[in-house]
Design a protein around this ligand. Structure first.
Ligand code: AMP
Length: 323
């Protein structure tokens, strides 16, 4: 997770929520990708360390447990950069230029300068992030599948030259698609300002839900409305566990027999119930002096031992070990 802002409901359904059950089955590594944050946000790093702690509080809020998994900060394990550098010697530039997100992001984020070597190389840095732990499975959404394909190809090419050194990672696809934004845009996203943060107060949630985009042709409550693709109902389906209530609201909405205020108030109530235990755990984590720093420093030290072991193996295989 990149510390470029506060985490929102999209992160919860698209990433964090899927990571939680993995902790009981796998030896999981979760990291704050601060170098990856620099690939797009190098000009504005003032909040980076604050977001790091805030985000990790959100992880704990969502149910990730540093007793079960390793939490670390990328830049505290500088071996990631060394493996990235060595991989960059064998991976052709056109492989990175062909990654679909490369052109897409340059098109979409016109206000950012994405012409750097760092931005071009970031899927290869991701390759190093995974390969350095012999990572076998990476829990990702569809948007990251092309990056894992690049990771596998890069590992194969490296192994072709230097022997069977690195492991090819596979995607562990997450089931949830994209959560739309409050404004009806297809993606809830920090850069679009259409988010509900995991750290928002109940009042902020209610206020944001009241202003949500809904079916624009329903200027009065007695006009039949469209449920499909309506973000208010997408959120009801995602967060309201009372299926009977949701079905009743949908039926009355389609028939023009319910006002937006009722639909939205019930959504805000469901969201706040969903967020309540998350808020409680995140507040408890933030209230313990030094706790998050200890978690991240201890986790980074643990990660570094593994990363150093991999790098010794890599240097040996490349015959650049000096004795
Ligand atoms: P980002 O903060 O955009 O780098 O997102 C990090 C990860 O969170 C993405 O790779 C997605 O898996 C997930 N994510 C972010 N926004 C959404 C969203 N609106 N819906 C679903 N998943 C999301």
């Amino acid at each position: 997770m990149r510390p470029t802002g506060r985490l929102h409901l999209g992160h919860l359904v698209g990433a964090l929520g899927n990571w939680v059950p993995l902790q009981d089955t796998y030896d999981c590594f979760y990291f704050v990708a601060d170098w990856h944050a620099l690939t797009s946000d190098f000009a504005d790093t003032g909040q980076l360390t604050t977001y790091t702690y805030e985000n990790v509080a959100d992880w704990i809020g969502a149910g990730l447990d540093p007793e079960k998994s390793t939490f670390f900060i990328q830049s505290l394990v500088p071996e990631h950069a060394e493996l990235y550098l060595l991989l960059s010697m064998v991976v052709p530039v056109p492989w990175l230029e062909r990654v679909p997100t490369y052109k897409e992001q340059q098109e979409n984020l016109k206000d950012k300068d994405l012409s750097s070597i760092g931005f071009l190389g970031y899927p290869l840095l991701q390759t190093a992030d995974v390969a350095i732990y012999d990572g076998r499975l990476v829990p990702v959404g569809e948007d990251q599948v092309a990056h894992l394909e690049l990771a596998r190809e890069s590992v194969r090419r490296f192994n072709k030259f230097f022997g069977d050194v690195l492991v090819e990672p596979q995607p562990l696809l997450t089931s949830f698609g994209r959560l739309p934004g409050l404004d009806g845009d297809k993606k809830m996203s920090k850069s679009l300002g259409n988010t509900i943060h995991l750290s928002d107060t109940p009042d902020e949630v209610l206020k944001k839900v009241r202003q949500m985009y809904t079916d624009p042709k329903r200027i009065r409550a007695d006009i039949p409305g469209t449920v499909e693709g309506n973000p208010v109902f997408v959120y009801h389906d995602a967060f309201n566990p009372d299926v009977a209530e949701v079905e009743d609201l949908k039926a009355r909405y389609r028939a023009g027999k319910v006002g937006d205020v009722e639909v939205k108030t019930k959504l805000a109530t469901a969201l706040n119930a969903h967020l309540a235990p998350i808020r409680e755990r995140r507040a408890a984590a933030l209230a313990r002096p030094g706790y998050l720093k200890d978690v991240l420093f201890e986790g980074s030290a643990r990660a570094r031992v593994i990363a150093a072991g991999t790098m010794a193996r890599v240097r040996d295989a490349m015959k650049i070990t000096y004795r």
